[in-house]
Structure formats: C-alpha cells, structure tokens
Design a protein around this ligand. Structure first.
Ligand code: PLP
Length: 461
C-alpha cells in the first residue's frame, strides 16, 4: 500500500464511522456483513441511509452522487416517480396471487415489440433468467454443454460458476482457456459441461465445437462484457459468433441482464444488429424491483408451452413487480431517455479522456449507452486476460479518492463500470468531472512511482 492510497483509506474511515460500526455488527449474523458477496470491500462497505434521484446518503449523512446504482440495475435512478406511482397503486389492490392477472401479457407484448422475440417468461433475477435459458437450450437441442466466455458473469448458479475470475497459474492457454470452477460447493463435473472461450476470439469457439461434436447446446455471451469493467466486442464479432453457433446446431443466448435496459431502446440486439435465439434480461427493466425475463421465438418456447420443459416460481410475475416493469418500459426506457443519457455519457467519457491525457494517466475511458469505465490499462481491453492486468491499486486509489469527495464513480471493484440514470443531469456530470480533475494527477503520480519501483502487480480476485 503506497502512502497516497493509505491516506485516502484513512480519510474514508474518518468520514464513515457509522458504516464501520454497522458492518462490524452485521458481520456477526450475516456472512461478511452483506447480502451478496460482491457488496463487501475492504475495509468495509458504505451502509446506505436513503436515496433519491441521482444521489444517496450513508449512515453518517455524507451525500454521494451515485454511479453504482445497484450494479447498474437503476437506469431509472432512485425512486423514479412513475415507477413509485405504479407500485403504490398496485400495493392497494393485492401484492401476490400465485394466479395469472393480465399484467404478464401487457409486459410480454412490450418486450416482444422491442426485442426480436415472440414469447417471454418472467422471473426475479438475472441468475434465474440465464439458468432457465440453459434449460431451454438443452431441452430444445437435446445436448448438454454450454460455451461461455472467460471472465463472463451470468449469475450465481453452478453452470455459470466457471472461469468467472480465474487466476494466473490456473487459467491455461489464452486461446484455449482451462475451465476453472469459481466457488466451493459447485457440483463436481460442472467444468466438464461448461466450456470456456476467450471473448473476441472466434477460432477458439470453432475449436470448442470441433472438440465437442453435437454436444454443445448453447453459447452464452454478454454483448459488452461488463463484468470485466467495459469490454466492447470487435466489429462484427457478435453476428459472426451467432453464425458460428448456429452452424454447429447450437443456440445463441445473449445475456442482456445489464445491456437490456441500459444500452439502447431495443437493447444490444438493436445496438449491434443481432438476432439471438434466446435473450436474457434483468436489472434495469424492473426500475428498482426484482424483475427478470428470458425470451425467445414461439418455436423454441413451444417446449414450455407443451409442458415438456418445467419453469415455475412462486414470485414469478408478482403484480407489484410487473407494474414496476410496465411503468419502467413505458415511462423510463423511452427513446428520448436513451438519447439524453447517452449524450451525458458521451460528455462523461470525453471528459475522462481529456483529463486522463492531461494528467498523464496510463489508461483510457470507454463507454456506450448509460455505461462506461476508466481503465488503468495502456490499450483497449479485448478480453479477460487483458483486464487481468489492470492496475488495481491505482484503481482503488481512484475509487476511494472519488468517494471521499462525494462521487461514487461506479460500484466498488475494478470489474464494474459506471451507470448514468435518467435522473442524472448535466450538473451531475460536471461535478463528477470536476472531482476527477482533482483526483487524476494523484493517480498519475502513483502510477509513475509504481512503474519505476517495478512492474505493476496484478492479483485480480
Ligand atoms: C451479465 C449478467 N448476467 C446475469 C447476472 C445475474 O443477475 P442477478 O444478480 O440479478 O442474479 C448479472 C449480475 O450482475 C450480470 O451482470
């Protein structure tokens, strides 16, 4: 730990004693004191008191401009009035029936109008959506294996808990990665059924198909890899990946859990001109409520319609969440909103690019739709192995320095990215850039010192 980083951490601890106490108490009853492993970071995470529009306050009353937005699940921003109104109305007429009520049709119609799909099934989390998309692919093809990208995150279930953050010494050949199980407790044999390819590398996918003839049910990909910060597909990569997948008789699953409600009006399907076989959605489509979906053509969904494939859930299509989803699609995820958020994002990305250059930071900023990130890496990250070498200490310095000055620039951890909501405005972006202008020279200085001391350590976890 170098002195400038230590100083920011000391400042953080001085500003947030109530979060430290709350975390200490929570850790007694809740493992690592948080409800989802990602939410913990050392020395302890900020505990939230309340939030509104583009900002939240921690327990000590410090206010922050929020670009975490629940790991990108709040394109709507906090407590969006249209979503709140729809939910409040629904609360008075029944919160849970376990019986159909009509809102599922209304929301399915909206999704089928926007995305290249014909039928939709709803759930409560992105993990459920990807898990059931695999079952659908297996049910339709009669095959069992799945290909995913190294570094790709698609939720917490076993089949995707492979090569999420594999380490040097485990991950093997960059063109033919070794599948590495990412958690204790995953069913033995999972890594035999989940094959791993590098992102932006079509020959590697071809090779996996050739090595596993007639065994691969699906390829799943996040169109912009947003669990290695921000990694764009090469031009033409996604349509070509879709073609290779189909050529080998497998289904192409696009995981739009992050992009679906944030990249463009019609999600990544529209943005990149791709028509996947199955689309998974979650996060921002619920406007702050737990809504997810997997959607496909009528032909594929026929296995569910004919009751050959089982998909069920007590909380599926619960009316409060469906009302939130309908209000979100109709009143938040509008063409105008995508245009104006994207304009703000361009301003933020360009502002970062200028400040990175001015300060002499070795790195770059990139973004699309509502998302972007500052990457402490000398050239464009194209896959997990590039991202693995991002300078995490300087990133940590950046994050705490920004947070100490009232900006949460993105969720904690350098594999994440910022989100801009429809409730952020020009002034917010100016404030964000003003604070980064203060922080950037110290990051550049730290980077320079570290380079002269020795090569940048990389110990991605
Ligand atoms: C691309 C992607 N897919 C799936 C998921 C899982 O979604 P959830 O956390 O709602 O289960 C995530 C969560 O971050 C994600 O980023």
């Amino acid at each position: 730990m170098y002195p400038a980083l230590q100083k920011e951490l000391d400042t953080y601890e001085k500003r947030t004693p109530k979060s430290r106490d709350a975390h200490r108490r929570a850790s007694d009853r809740v493992p690592i004191g948080v409800g989802s492993n990602y939410r913990f970071y050392p020395p302890y995470p900020l505990f939230v008191q309340d939030a509104k529009a583009s900002r939240f306050r921690d327990l000590d009353g410090n206010e922050y401009l929020d670009h975490n937005l629940c790991y990108g699940a709040l394109f709507a921003g906090h407590c969006h009035p249209a979503v709140m109104k729809a939910v409040e109305q629904r609360l008075r007429i029944g919160t849970l029936f376990g019986m159909p009520h009509g809102l599922e049709l209304e929301l399915a119609e909206i999704i089928c109008d926007r995305f290249p799909v014909e039928m939709v099934r709803f759930g409560n989390s992105g993990s459920e959506a990807t898990m059931h998309s695999f079952r659908l692919a297996r049910a339709v093809t009669g095959r069992s294996k799945i290909i995913k990208m190294e570094g790709g995150y698609h939720g917490g279930h076993d089949a995707v808990s492979v090569s999420v953050k594999p380490k040097e010494g485990q991950f093997g050949d960059p063109d033919h990665p070794t599948p590495v199980v990412s958690s204790l407790g995953v069913l033995p044999g999972t890594a035999d059924a989940t094959l791993v390819a590098p992102f932006n590398n079509l020959p590697a996918v071809e090779r996996l198909f050739e090595e596993n003839p007639n065994e691969v049910a699906a390829v799943i990909v996040e169109p912009i890899m947003m669990n290695i910060a921000f990694c764009m597909p090469d031009d033409g990569y996604l349509p070509a990946l879709c073609d290779v997948t189909r050529k080998h008789g497998a289904l192409f699953i696009m995981d739009e859990v992050k992009t679906g409600g944030k990249l463009a009006y019609g999600g990544a399907c529209d943005y990149f001109g791709v028509k996947p076989d199955i689309v998974c959605m979650g996060k921002s489509i619920g406007g702050g409520f737990p809504l997810a979906a997997f959607a496909a053509s009528r032909d594929l969904m026929d296995v569910i319609a004919k009751q050959k494939m089982f998909h069920a859930g007590t909380y599926n299509t619960n009316p409060v969440v469906m009302a939130a989803g309908i209000a979100t699609f109709r009143e938040v995820l509008t063409r105008d909103a995508f245009e104006s958020v994207s304009r703000l994002n361009t301003k933020l990305v360009r502002g970062y690019q200028e400040l990175v250059k001015k300060a002499g930071i070795i790195g770059y900023a990139d973004g699309a739709g509502a998302n972007g990130a500052l990457m402490f890496y000398p050239q464009r990250v194209r896959n997990y192995r590039d991202w693995y070498h991002v300078d995490e200490d300087v990133w940590t310095h950046y994050w705490f320095a920004m947070a100490n000055r009232g900006i949460v620039p993105q969720p904690y951890w350098w594999d994440e990215q910022w989100t801009i909501s429809v409730q952020h405005n020009e002034k917010d972006i100016d404030e964000h850039l003003q604070v980064f202008a203060e922080v950037a020279p110290a990051c550049a200085e730290a980077q320079e010192e570290r380079m002269t001391v020795g090569p940048i350590a990389s110990h991605a976890s």
